[in-house]
Structure formats: C-alpha cells, structure tokens
Design a protein around this ligand. Structure first.
Ligand code: COA
Length: 376
C-alpha cells in the first residue's frame, strides 16, 4: 500500500461522528444537530453536556436523575484537596487539573471493563469535579480555604462561588453558563483526537480526560484569549487601536483572536461572546471592550476578504476578566466545558471501537552494526 504523509492529518477523517458539526463557510456550529445559538439561548451547561454525551436532550425524569447524581458526586475527596494543597503554587492550573483528574481515577475501581452504569457515573463525576479542581487549586495556591460546592447552585454558579467564596449574581452565573455551552465541543481537534485515541485502548474515562487535558494545555490549542487580552492592554486606548493594529498588519504580525482553520466567516461563538462582553463592560465601565471593538473594525477592514474574522478567543477573555477570573484560569474554563465534548466522543468511540494503530513512514537506516562503547 502506498503511504503519503499528511502533516497534522489535515483533512483526514479519523472517525465518523454525530457529536458536533461545523460549517466554516456559513459560520454554523451544532451539537447533535442543534445550533449553539439555540442552546446558548435556551439550555444550561448541564443539559448541553447530557446532550453531547448521550445524544438527545434529557426528558424531565432523565435530567432530574442526572442532576441528582451530579450533586451527589460534586465535592472533592479530602485526599484530593490535600493533593491540590501540595502542588506548587507557581504551577499552571491546567497542570493541576490534569494531575487532579488522573488522581481522582485512582479512587474508583474497576479501571477497565467498566459496565455502562459505571462508565456513566465516571463521566458525571469528571464533569462535576473538574470545576471543583480548578477552584480548589486557585484558592489553595493563595493560602485560602476551598469552600464546598453548594447544593442549590448549578455548575457555573458553583464555580464562581468556589472561586470567590461569594454567591454570584444570577446574571454573572448565566453568562459563565453560556460560555461553557459555547466551548463544550468543536468537532475533531487535537485534544478530542487525543481523548479518542486513549479511549480506543479501553483506558478509563479519567485517563481519557487527563490526556485530552494535556493536549489542550499546549499553546497551539487553548490560550489565544490570554494573548488577545494582552493585545488590548498594549493598545491602551480605543484611539490607539487603529495605528497599533495597522502597524501589526504592516509588520505581518498575527492578531490573536482572529483567523480559524475552519471558519472563513465570523465564528458564531464570537458573536454571542461579544454581546456579553459589551453588557459586562458597560456595567463595570471597563474601557477594554471599546478597545476590542475598535481593533476588530481595523482587522476586519484589512482581512475579512481573506476569510480572517474574529474567533471564539477574541471576546472571551474580556468576559472572563469581567467575571473576576484570573488569566491563567481561562484555559481551565475551556477545559471544564470541553470535558462534556470529550466524554461524548469517548462514548461514541466505544460504540464499535477499534484501537487506533496508525502507521509511519520509516526514514531511518537499516542493518547498522552495534559499536561497543570504547570504539564510539
Ligand atoms: N492575523 C493576521 N493574519 C492571519 C491571522 C491573524 N490572526 N490568522 C491567519 N492569518 C493569515 C496568515 O498570515 C496567512 O497569510 P498568508 O496566506 O498571506 O501567509 C493566512 O492568513 C493563513 O493563515 P494560517 O496560519 O496558515 O491559517 P491556519 O488555518 O493554519 O491557522 C490559526 C489558523 C487559528 C492558527 C491562525 O488564524 C492564528 O494563528 N490565529 C491567531 C491565534 C488564535 O486566535 N488562535 C485561536 C484559534 S481558535
């Protein structure tokens, strides 16, 4: 069989999938056939997670059962809190999250040959505990106590509560809920692929999610929203946006938060996030939103014709900052949301699973002699 190397497997399907769909020309993203706009308007993150994992919107009974189980597994074991306490406070929250998820798996047996019910419970556990891990690390690294999640709050509100020790106002919690919905899945990408590869070995869901987290932690995957925030700060004032961006364009510098491998028009998630960024920034009086809007104008004037438009990262950093989230927790929030998609892909992978075993093109030598140490 002839083999041709396609770097990055660009354009090569690695699975058939019903989890999510992107139309990059029309700027459309769907989860299980439902547009993200519709879900952002009408759903919650928990319900969207159920949809991604189990393929349909839950009935009242299914959702109550899911939420009950969710609440039961929400808190972290004290050994895990201790583990978080002993991680270096200078370490990155993504690494703490990855270590935490892998360690949680050690508490639950069996680790392989899970029944459907055991796998389902593991999925709920991971979904519920990831926000706790991020919040616990954030609080403990500052020498603060980590509060237990509250039974009457949903995941987004609980996350904000655990991060700040204050019950968030419902509007702020809803904005974070929408952000989580928007980041919950995005077809085949590096972390989802990594998760499916590990899942195909029948490793347990904790291993699957911790490997996907490792993939997401790389700067080519998560993180452009942090760079976008740095850009807005460097621009400083709305008036400075035009000369600053024009200078970047002249010097062929990439604008963070712009451009996408798939979207050749505005990313539908960016449109929704922009509205929330505007509302929050108006409320707080933060001028950063106006800087972003002026920068967006200049970049689109130059690049829209080339298919370079704002992506999900252009406005999400503003939203997170307005919600009081520290910058190095932006990618962990992406991860809290994307756990839902990773688990949906894992469950899909396991239907008719075949272990991934690609091939390679060997470019090394053959028939080399072993040379003893003193002759090298
Ligand atoms: N600013 C300026 N020019 C950009 C650009 C940006 N943000 N994104 C792409 N381009 C230009 C490239 O310079 C290149 O121009 P050329 O054809 O004249 O050489 C062309 O558009 C294609 O870019 P390329 O990097 O090959 O596209 P890609 O599909 O491989 O990359 C990204 C997609 C997301 C990696 C890229 O757009 C990027 O680096 N964006 C900034 C970082 C970012 O926002 N990442 C988050 C993605 S969700």
């Amino acid at each position: 069989m002839a083999h041709e190397l396609i770097p990055g497997l660009e354009g090569i399907p690695i699975a058939e999938s019903k989890v999510s769909f992107v139309d990059g020309q029309k700027g459309r993203l769907e989860y299980r056939g439902i547009s993200v706009e519709d879900l952002a308007e009408n759903s919650t993150f928990e319900e969207t997670a159920f949809l991604l994992m189990y393929g349909h919107l839950p009935s009242q009974g299914e959702f109550e059962e899911f939420n009950e189980e969710f609440q039961r597994v929400f808190r972290l074991k004290y050994q895990i809190v201790d583990l978080m306490k002993h991680l270096p406070e200078t370490g990155h929250p993504m690494d703490a999250l990855q270590a935490g998820v892998a360690a949680i798996g050690m508490f639950y047996q069996p680790r392989s040959n899970l029944t459907e019910a055991q796998r389902r419970l593991a999925c709920t556990r991971i979904l519920a505990k990831t926000p706790c891990l991020v919040a616990a690390f954030q609080r403990l690294r500052h020498g603060e106590e980590w509060p237990l999640p509250l039974k009457h709050l949903g995941l987004a509100a609980n996350f904000l509560y655990m991060m700040t020790d204050k019950e968030p106002d419902p509007e702020a919690a809803r904005v974070l809920d929408v952000c989580l919905i928007l980041h919950a899945d995005h077809t085949m990408n590096a972390s989802t692929f990594a998760g499916r590869v590990v899942g195909s070995t029948l490793a347990d869901p904790y291993c699957v999610v911790s490997s996907a987290l490792g993939a997401l932690s790389g700067p080519l995957h998560g993180g452009a929203n942090e760079d976008a925030m740095r850009l807005f700060e460097a621009i400083g004032t709305p008036e400075n946006a035009r000369p600053y961006i024009e200078d970047m364009i002249k010097n062929k510098k990439k604008i963070p938060g712009f451009g996408h491998r798939v979207y050749k028009t505005i990313d539908p998630r960016a449109k929704i996030l922009k509205k929330h960024a505007e509302t929050l920034a108006k409320k707080s009086g933060n001028p950063i939103y106006q800087i972003a809007v002026e920068a967006e104008k200049v970049v689109t004037e130059h690049y829209a014709a080339k298919g370079i438009w704002p992506n999900v990262d252009f406005f999400s950093g503003i939203v997170y900052s307005e919600l009081g989230i520290p910058r190095d927790c932006f990618t962990p929030i992406f991860a809290i949301a994307r756990v839902a998609g990773w688990l949906g892909h894992l469950l899909e992978q396991l239907e008719g699973n075949r272990i991934f075993r690609p091939t390679q093109i060997y470019t090394g030598q053959h028939d080399q002699p072993y040379v003893s140490m003193n002759e090298r």
